[in-house]
Design a protein around this ligand. Structure first.
Ligand code: PGA
Length: 262
């Protein structure tokens, strides 16, 4: 028998909105997005807005995600916020976003430790992977995906793989990059097949079928439906378009209209 498969729509607000602006924006979304059993809407505001928004949200309607955190639980790490400090506010944590990898030089080792820290603190890590324009040009897309997966999941056990979400975000498709261009559905399909193949090799067939794989990169309300109709794509990670209520609400509506089954 087939059962509905959850679709994840994640808003990555990046370094936008003051806490006050984030609260007002959330207020607008609250009025327009109704809770749904099949579509999980996750908001990732700046760290400074997590605590106030956690008091404001209805958790049946929205969940919160951290955009970043440090992997140690506490200690003398000036300027950092640990996942154990955040876990009362969020249910999810984005890990290994390309802006963290390439702007802040986050290493594969840091990323693996962050994935493990999120799981240790009962949060679901959303592990972002994806090749750069150069890697794609050099025919190294598959190798890049494989190495980011194997490194990022290095500390994850077979029991814990079911607690992870993978987001395929080719760096050349993310709107913050110069010359960004949206990925073609065929590229995304190829990538999700590769991701599931590697997860199968590392963690077994069931894990590879069940792990949610999302797409992110210049998604907007016109393109969301096409991406969501790719078999094996379980949702979207949205940057720019998530900052505009009309666009974001339209994407959520599209997702609600497309039930996915396994
Ligand atoms: P974008 O960002 O939708 O603005 O391309 C996606 C992301 O960086 O996660």
């Amino acid at each position: 028998m087939t059962s509905p498969r959850k679709t994840y729509i994640i808003a990555n607000w990046k370094m936008n909105f003051t806490p006050g602006e984030a609260s007002l924006y959330l207020h607008r979304l609250e009025k327009r997005i109704t809770p749904s059993r099949n579509v999980q809407v996750i908001l990732a505001p700046s760290t400074v807005a997590l605590q106030p928004l956690s008091l404001q949200i209805n958790r049946r309607q929205f969940k919160l995600a951290a955009q970043n955190f440090y992997w140690r639980d506490y200690g003398a790490y000036t300027g950092e916020t640990s996942v154990s400090q955040l876990r009362g506010f969020v249910d999810y944590a984005i890990v290994g976003h390309s802006e963290r990898r390439y702007v802040f030089n986050e290493s594969e080792e840091d990323i693996a430790k962050k994935v493990a820290a999120a799981i240790r603190n009962n949060l679901t890590p959303i592990l972002c992977i994806g090749e750069t324009a150069m890697e794609r040009k050099d025919g190294e897309t598959a190798a890049a995906i494989y190495s980011q997966l194997i490194n990022g999941l290095h500390e994850v056990s077979k029991e814990d793989i079911s607690k992870i979400i993978i987001a395929y975000e080719p760096v050349w498709a993310i709107s913050s990059n110069k010359n960004a261009r949206p990925a073609k559905p065929a590229d995304i399909d190829e990538a999700q097949i590769l991701i599931r193949k590697h997860v199968s090799k590392l963690f077994g067939k069931t894990a590879s079928e069940q792990i949610p794989v999302l797409y992110g990169g210049s998604v907007n309300s016109d393109t969301a439906g096409g991406y969501l109709s790719i078999n094996g794509i379980d949702g979207l990670l949205i940057g720019g378009a998530s900052l505009i209520a009309d666009s974001f609400c339209a994407i959520v509506e599209t997702a609600k209209g497309m039930k996915k089954y396994e």
